[in-house]
Design a protein around this ligand. Structure first.
Ligand code: RP5
Length: 165
């Protein structure tokens, strides 16, 4: 099980690390690279072209500003591509979001929220869970744990209100 995470710059890393953490928690290997659609286009296409043969099953493309990285990845692979827009100074990253989400028909990129790195990781896990039953089991437990945490928060709020704190 391997996910390729490509980011346009090392300045994206502090956001991207949440996706890496999710994948590690599910025992999924990550190949994390800095490759840019605009600054290193040839290296990017070469990496993506070879990735499936090298064991990658899903891509996460992370970039900010004129964030064409995920789209470029999707243009040269049939593997699923998740796009992670990075927050910028322009309207909170709307530039990144639109650059990633507004793909032409025929070349989809499954785009998560601006800085939604944890969801990018989880979406990759869910894609891989279609093939690997052990991941499906872990996802079921993950959802149950999340629901239990919400129930706990609900109880704490109810106790606070009823207790008059
Ligand atoms: C994008 O430009 C990168 O993904 C990054 O989010 C943004 C700025 O890059 P740096 O100037 O910090 O290298 O390609």
């Amino acid at each position: 099980m391997k996910v390729s995470i490509l980011m346009g710059s090392d300045s994206d890393y502090d956001v991207v690390v949440a996706a890496i953490d999710v994948l590690k928690a599910f025992d999924i290997d990550c190949d994390v690279r800095v490759l840019s659609a605009h600054r290193t286009p040839h290296e990017t296409v070469k990496y993506v072209s070879d990735a499936e043969q090298n064991g990658s099953e899903v891509f996460i493309g992370c970039a900010g500003k004129a964030a064409h990285l995920a789209g470029v990845i999707a243009s040269v692979t049939t593997l699923p591509v998740i796009g992670l827009p990075i927050k910028t100074s322009l309207m909170g990253g709307l530039d990144s979001l639109l650059s990633i989400v507004q793909m032409p028909s025929g070349v989809p990129v499954a785009t998560v929220a601006v800085n939604g790195a944890a969801n990018a990781g989880l979406l990759a896990v869910q894609m891989l869970a279609l093939k690997y039953p052990q991941l499906k089991e872990k996802l079921v437990k993950y959802k149950a744990d999340m629901a239990a945490q919400v129930a706990e928060k609900d109880s704490r709020i109810a106790a606070r209100l009823n207790g008059g704190e």
